[in-house]
Write a protein that binds this ligand. Structure first.
Ligand SMILES: Cc1cc2nc3c(=O)[nH]c(=O)nc-3n(C[C@H](O)[C@H](O)[C@H](O)COP(=O)(O)OP(=O)(O)OC[C@H]3O[C@@H](n4cnc5c(N)ncnc54)[C@H](O)[C@@H]3O)c2cc1C
Length: 385
């Protein structure tokens, strides 16, 4: 039976409350990747959410992807980011050039069956947040290529079954002449090159990955030579920006819920009132959090509408949405920290995890600063690259 939008969103909420919420705090503390969460998402058919029906996918669109991602993020943003990177990896594999179809179809079927987790390995130590300009170069190796690279942050590193990897094309001349390849986790020379101990999103294993002369056969070349940049821009960027905005929305909703609950339950016993009953300033700050959260939800709806019916302003919306979402998440969770005071600061509530997780959004590339640079340049008619 084909999954509907409502069924997918319901499954995501059910997994969020049954699997993610009970262990989010502990996994954050321990920096523990949740294989249980990935298994639940796979069993529910959510790993193949955007894949075509002919490989077993649900063939749903950006609207459902955003709803599922936001629901997961409300319970555990680390898992939501694992899911987001998986969906991006999957979309890139699915959009691969036709000559790779025979080799890739069994992988897409495994993904749709919930048995395969993928991710993106773009960022490199050398070009940092400028993921569109890899330093590594693929070298011809018979029909295929050989790649040596230092990938600096890879979500789900060591847990994914495959990695969508960028490298400069063998004969590429410019800094963005990249090609995308699919490497299985068992590829000789591929290894996790260090631990992940971030400020936030601590349970998503965003560790560095080393590619030590990894051999990639021709059938796992996803784009034409030099076609990586176009895939990054047209396949990855819109979904990534939508997904990170959805993660931000989930974090904001969790912050509003957590703050509301604290303002209702914490008491000034000497006054016989809850914090919320007693202090108008706290009510006003809670209201601002709610207004900003709903504003972000409206922005995400607008972006989805643009992605469903592309038009001249679509790329601008794609850029704006991630830039705005990152700032809103930081602002809303910062206000939550302030409103919940010492209880939040001393980690008695989950608010401080939301606050830390919210800071990843602006750091993840394209960063908030880079997005502003792109928007400003495009308004002024200055070339972006
Ligand atoms: C939790 C997490 C998960 C991640 N997962 C992945 C993943 O799965 N795959 C992947 O490929 N990468 C991933 N990354 C990497 C991420 O996308 C960025 O590449 C990385 O965080 C950038 O790091 P940096 O601060 O060294 O960048 P830098 O380039 O050193 O940026 C430093 C500062 O300079 C600013 N800056 C840089 N360029 C410009 C510019 N042109 N204009 C204005 N300001 C600029 C930035 O905004 C930033 O404030 C992940 C990162 C994090 C934190």
């Amino acid at each position: 039976m084909i999954m509907t939008h409502d069924a997918a969103a319901l499954k995501a909420r059910e997994i969020a409350s049954r699997v993610l919420a009970p262990s989010a705090g502990q996994n954050d503390k321990a920096g523990q990747f949740s294989t249980e969460a990935v298994k639940s998402l796979g069993d529910a058919g959510l790993l193949g959410l955007l894949l075509p029906v002919n490989v077993g996918g649900a063939e749903l669109g950006p609207r459902t992807f955003a709803a599922v991602t936001a629901a997961l993020a409300e319970a555990d943003a680390s898992v939501a980011m694992v899911y987001l990177m998986h969906v991006l990896g999957t979309a890139t594999i699915s959009a691969a050039r036709p000559r790779a179809a025979q080799a890739l179809t069994p992988i897409l079927q495994e993904i749709a069956a919930g048995r395969h987790l993928s991710t993106l390995a773009f960022s490199e130590a050398g070009s940092r947040s400028h993921f569109w300009a890899p330093i590594s170069r693929a070298h011809r190796n018979g029909d295929g290529v050989r790649i040596r690279a230092k990938k600096s942050w890879v979500t789900s590193a060591g847990h994914a079954h495959s990695y969508v990897v960028s490298a400069l094309a063998p004969e590429g001349v410019g800094p963005t002449d990249s090609t995308l390849y699919l490497l299985s986790s068992g590829t000789r020379g591929l290894s996790v090159a260090g631990p992940w101990d971030g400020l936030g999103l601590r349970a998503n294993a965003s560790a560095p990955l080393a590619l030590d002369d990894c051999e990639v056969p021709l059938q796992f070349q996803l784009t034409d030579d030099g076609g990586g940049f176009s895939a990054m821009l047209n396949v990855v960027l819109p979904l990534f920006n939508l997904g990170t905005a959805a993660v931000a929305l989930g974090l904001c909703r969790a912050a509003v819920a957590g703050t509301t609950s604290h303002l209702k339950s914490a008491k000034f016993e000497h006054l016989g009132q809850s914090l919320g009953e007693s202090l108008p300033t706290l009510r006003a700050q809670l209201a601002t959090m709610q207004i900003d959260t709903d504003g972000l939800a409206a922005r995400i709806d607008d972006l989805i509408e643009h992605l469903e019916k592309p038009r001249d302003t679509t790329m601008l919306r794609v850029l704006e949405s991630k830039a705005a979402a990152g700032d809103v998440a930081i602002s809303v969770t910062s206000t939550a920290m302030r409103v919940c005071g010492g209880a939040a600061f001393s980690k008695h509530l989950s608010i401080e995890r939301l606050f830390r997780d919210a800071h990843a959004g602006v750091v993840m590339a394209p960063t908030g600063d880079v997005l502003r640079e792109f928007i400003g340049k495009s308004l002024l008619g200055i070339p972006l690259f």
